[in-house]
Design a protein around this ligand. Structure first.
Ligand code: SER
Length: 316
């Protein structure tokens, strides 16, 4: 029986992947690693190991103990937070990945997943349907670390045959956890504000369009990529992934169309500059042709799905 290891399990994406992997393989096959506890009731169904992913020996010990068939290395500092502590962000975004790649190179992990981001693109990339390989000159430390990490993934694959797979996630919108220091997180906050009847203090301009996706679609994409035939994967840096795209004003208008009003006070700050350097939408044709990716949610679908999730009882 195989084990599945999530490192960075307490983060926004980690909790969602935990639930999906528990459902797919059984909670007893899922091991959760993080420096802090995983704030979800179902975390208690799986083994939790407190660990520091920047500590090479701790990662090696964890992998030898768990012997995972797949390792999801999710530890990261997102874009807005990263700008406040660039060198710390660089260390946190690179060291855990390099430890995972080294362990895979040594044959101790057969398959690794590592998340990349729309943040790999810089201001000179085409804004609409941004191609896979154009304009990878980011202006944030988060983007710099993601481009570098992608190249390390490709290097370990080409040089050592490491099976590492990656996706460039857009802004991920879930209802189970609160935002975690990203630029796209205004949209997560918008949903919480809307259902709680509070105004949103929005740090982006009303017209700033960004690519977005439900957590549900992002997790499905991740599991589909991990299950794909490795020989079919033409991209070993990281795949562009497109869900839907909207601006704060368009989000407010779709919420209103679905019967939820939200007052917004716009006060753009430095996060607006970050958002302006990113694409409006991505060309994800490589993901579509290589492993059959199809997004399930357009903007109305995303808004409906998140509102439905937030109205469920006992949300973590
Ligand atoms: N959601 C991330 C951020 O805003 C981008 O991948 O930092």
């Amino acid at each position: 029986m195989s084990n599945y290891l999530i490192v960075g399990a307490a983060g926004q994406l980690g909790i969602e992947l935990m639930l999906a992997l528990q459902k797919k393989h059984g909670p007893e096959r899922v091991v959760l690693g993080d420096i802090r506890p995983v704030d979800h009731p179902d975390a208690a169904l799986s083994t939790f190991v407190q660990c520091d992913a920047t500590d090479k020996k701790a990662m090696a010990d964890l992998v030898d103990q768990v012997q995972p068939a797949e390792m999801y290395m999710l530890v990261a500092m997102l874009s807005a937070k990263g700008e406040a502590s660039p060198l710390q962000a660089w260390g946190l975004n690179m060291d855990p990945l390099l430890h995972a790649l080294e362990l895979a190179k040594d044959g101790r992990v057969p398959k690794v997943f590592w998340p990349s981001s729309i943040a790999v693109f810089g201001p000179d990339a085409p804004k609409d349907a941004t191609p896979q390989n154009n304009g990878l000159r980011p202006t944030t430390v988060y983007g710099v670390s993601k481009v570098s990490g992608e190249l390390w993934c490709q290097y370990y694959h080409q040089k050592y045959g490491v099976d590492v797979r990656s996706l460039r996630y857009p802004g991920l919108i879930g209802f189970r956890s609160k935002p975690g220091g990203g630029t796209t997180d205004y949209a997560v906050e918008a949903f919480h504000s809307a259902v709680e009847g509070r105004p949103l203090h929005c740090y982006l301009e009303s017209t700033e369009t960004l690519p977005m996706m439900t957590m549900e679609d992002a997790v499905r994409a991740t599991l589909e990529l991990m299950a794909a035939d490795g020989d079919a994967l033409s991209v070993r840096t990281s795949y562009n992934l497109q869900g839907c795209s909207f601006s704060p004003a368009e989000l407010v208008s779709e919420l209103r169309a679905q019967g939820v009003s939200l007052d917004v006070m716009y006060a753009p700050d430095t996060r607006q500059d970050i958002a302006a350097s990113w694409p409006n939408s991505l060309d994800d044709s490589a993901a579509r042709s290589d492993w059959g990716w199809r997004s399930a949610h357009d903007t109305p679908g995303l808004v409906g799905a998140i509102l439905a999730g937030l109205s469920q009882p006992a949300i973590g």
